[in-house]
Design a binder for this molecule. Structure first.
Ligand code: ZN
Length: 165
């Protein structure tokens, strides 16, 4: 690749990243992300690492088509984390003023930190992510409403589609 083409290409990429960062600032305030990261630093065993995740708001219909660990509540996907592209998706409506919505963002930030570790299966990350989310909500006197037996099952690496043989 000649240098001019390479530079033009790199410029486009960084411009795209810049544009989406700006989009995120409107919906997900940078200050909120940094507050949550500080809380995660003090309250959990997971450390922040160099790459910040990209955070995108998406419509509910889009959520079903995306790859990643999906987190549901009331039957709908509230948040998703795609470790391959280090992207957090939050399903609309999402508001920084709603602590439950913020709890979903916190949960996905945990998944981003968990990426640094080895996991037997992707689902195994869920147990701790939900625990951390519940702790954060409890500190704000909000009942998590989680059904723990279902989360335990969701966190299991056992195959779900059992073929009788
Ligand atoms: Zn999760």
């Amino acid at each position: 690749m000649n240098m001019g083409v390479f530079l033009a290409f790199t410029f486009c990429l960084s411009n795209a990243a810049f544009a989406s960062d700006r989009d995120n600032i409107g919906a997900v305030p940078a200050r909120l992300i940094s507050e949550l990261n500080t809380w995660l630093d003090t309250e959990t065993e997971y450390r922040e690492w160099d790459n910040q995740p990209l955070i995108k708001l998406i419509e509910a219909e889009q959520a079903d088509k995306l790859h990643g660990v999906a987190d549901r509540s009331g039957g709908r996907i509230r948040g998703l984390y795609d470790a391959e592209i280090e992207t957090i998706y939050l399903t609309e409506p999402w508001s920084p003023d709603n602590p439950r919505d913020v709890g979903v963002l916190l949960h996905e930030l945990v998944h981003h930190r968990q990426k640094e570790r080895h996991w037997y299966c992707e689902q195994a990350q869920e147990w701790r992510a939900y625990q951390i989310q519940a702790q954060w909500l409890a500190e704000r006197n909000i009942a998590d409403g989680f059904y723990w037996p279902a989360i335990l099952l969701q966190s299991s690496c056992a195959k779900r589609d059992v073929h009788p043989e």
